[in-house]
Design a protein around this ligand. Sequence first.
Ligand code: BG6
Ligand code: GLC
Ligand code: GLC
Length: 839
Amino acid sequence: MFAVHLLAFYFTKLKEDQIKKVDRFLYHMRLSDDVLLDVMTRFQAEMVKGLERDAHPTAAVKMLPTFVRSIPDGSEKGDFLALDLGGSKFRVLKVKVSEDGKQNVQMESQFYPTPKEITHGNGTELFDYVADCLADFMETKNIKHKKFPLGFTFSFPCIQTKLDEGVLLSWTKYFKVRGVQETDVISSLRHVLRKHKDVDVDVLALVNDTVGTMMTCGYDDQRCEVGVIIGTGTNACYMEEMSNIDLVEGDEGRMCINTEWGAFGDDGSLDDLRTEFDREIDLGSINPGKQLFEKMISGLYLGELVRLILLKMAKKGLLFNGKISTALRTKDKIETKHVAAMEKHKKGLQNTKEILMELGLTPSEEDCIAVQHVCTIVSFRSANLCAAALAAILTRLRENKKLIRLRTTVGIDGTLYKTHPQYPKRLHKVVRRLVPNCDVRFLLSESGSAKGAAMVTAVACRLVSQRKQIDEILASFELSKENLIEVKNKMREELEYGLKKETHATATVKMLPTYVCGTPDGTEKGKFLALDLGGTNFRVLLVKIRSGRRKSVRMYNKIFAIPLEIMQGTGEELFDHIVQCIADFLEYMGIKGARLPLGFTFSFPCRQASIDKGALVEWTKGFKATDCEGEDVVDMLREAIKRRNEFDLDIVAVVNDTVGTMMTCGYEDPNCEIGFIAGTGSNVCYMEEMKNIEIVEGTEGKMCINTEWGGFGDNGCIDSIRTKYDKEVDEGSLNPGKQRYEKMTSGMYLGEIVRQILIDLTKHGLLFRGQISESLRTRGIFETKFLSHIESFSGILRETVKEMAPQCDVTFMLSEDGSGKGAALITAVAKRLHNVEEN
Ligand code: BG6
Ligand code: GLC
Ligand code: GLC
């Protein structure tokens, strides 16, 4: 009895001695909670750095956006292929996701070796090999006849600007393939797949293994928002708020960030924690100076760390009686699986003995106990460091959500975590100690990352098919060169109809003579009033023109709103309102007494018999005041002035805005002979030879013609390029069937066209989750100015004109001062001619 006690005592003592010896020797590898909390704080700072635009380029922890924006929601379905490359094993898989109420995923897979010729060869060989394995898999499974979407788990740091792109930043772990770094692996894969005529796959998504793992686990547990790998390498991803990701536009929702935490410390920030063994591992690796955190943690390095420690201890005579075998001196002779075996509960000591003997050593009992303890310290440090970084991520998630307590799930995978007997429970325990305010569930990804990659691919697949439908819907807006030439020829035809006596009355492009026969010559002078009605704003202006050496134009103006009920009320109300605005302006300028000559820019089709007479043909755009069509607008203005009986004006000219614009620009550039408005409405005027204008007497010189091209197509001649949206916009307008060309081109309608498209896309379930909001139903809610934020039109206009009229050398000159200045110039000329006639 006594002997048994003595033996037990002796044994415990012996164990204690050995443990103390190793503890002393590896003092630097045993990390207290204070140190871990410090590591956690450092990693928090690294995450911030990686996310910030300015700090990102030099940040060690890259925090790469993955373009994965949500965890699976159960609506994913279909058959997918997946590749899983970069972990300890290369796999090709087929994943079938069915949406049948209860979630159901079936997988078939095959492992393929990755020999050193491949992992250390060149890029073409690697991708050819991957494609060959894929083809072989499809052959074996007899699925070559079918087209498959494919998701590619590629477990290396990649820069993504979309889901189906990944530019390799650098190789890590045991891969070092030439000519791949800084290239897009997706296009390389697509490229080699083209050689396999019998393989039809659509490579839709590249995912890191951490992301695949998060998605795999997210399929079973919606709370999963972190993915961790502790395998050959180590890394984590998590869902970050878009507003914190500087590198990606947009602030809404979340995106998964691949932290690439393996590179933590590459800038020296962990140097105080790294031991001589860590430095030695690094120097002997294929990527010295890189992945320093990973090299303290992951499966590729743990065994070697143990070996280096044992070797040193033996050299110091602390183990094996100072004897060293060749195997112990040989790199990588101890692997992570050995470490796991040596730490195994109960059988650990026996395993240790066998492993050491296989290394050509003759260990004593004490040696075995000591070696086992070395393994424990090394793998415990690994779990501790992972726990600290993971705690930093969890804290960030909790703070992002502004929660006091966070309840969350971490999806986790990797051979070290899965096969090391003590690792999971150590990791879990330390994480819970470091972040007591997080309730964490650790969910092992049983089926690997490919299931998750299939989920990501399913989403991408849905987006691709949506994109296709959207493209089909929008194809009706595309105009080929042939279309445009046809439009040009038709327009030419219609312009000629409008000029001819016989056809003028029925022409849809009205070609209205303006009685403006020349552009300004610089001799114009005097003080004039101008009105500018019919565009977005109503303006009243005072224009002072000087001629001669000190030639100049000075303008004073005021903008007035015209309320909708006036635009669409009675003619009398409209003109009374206009006169009211003029009265305000005269008052404001202090010139009420002066009877100034006035030019009236009236931006609607008017039939003119002289420069100061214009009968409104019909309202266009947003105007619909009663009792005006067919009436002379100059008379109506005069009568309204008379009704008010407060001041008098000398109305000299009525001018279309296109004509006013041409004159404004003509004052600066005598070559200007076209006036173009692309505003609320769309129209053009130009100088035509008198001999071509059959409806006006005389054949000498030129006259400006207001084309009123907005009415082009009102006879159906361009129906072939009108879309169903154009028709809807027309039907909902104030003048259905009229101004069809204007309704396809001008500001008053473009926003409305977009709104009609948005409604249609929503009805097809392609936008806004199929929900048409109240405001989207509201006419006019989508203003044209929103479009001009998105697109730039003037460049397109210029380029197309050049293409359609290659023999014309056209300068586009923006009329900065509006058409009011032109109206005043016309008035000045008319006034001078009038005076000449009178004298
Ligand atoms: C597998 C995943 O289960 O784990 C891979 O499917 C991942 O995508 C791997 O790379 C990581 O572990 P290891 O130990 O194989 O590197
Ligand atoms: C390495 C890779 C990383 C991967 C991890 C786990 O750290 O750089 O992308 O996620 O290994 O496989
Ligand atoms: C409408 C009018 C036209 C005007 C154009 C631009 O098309 O009918 O007269 O020039 O809008 O404002």
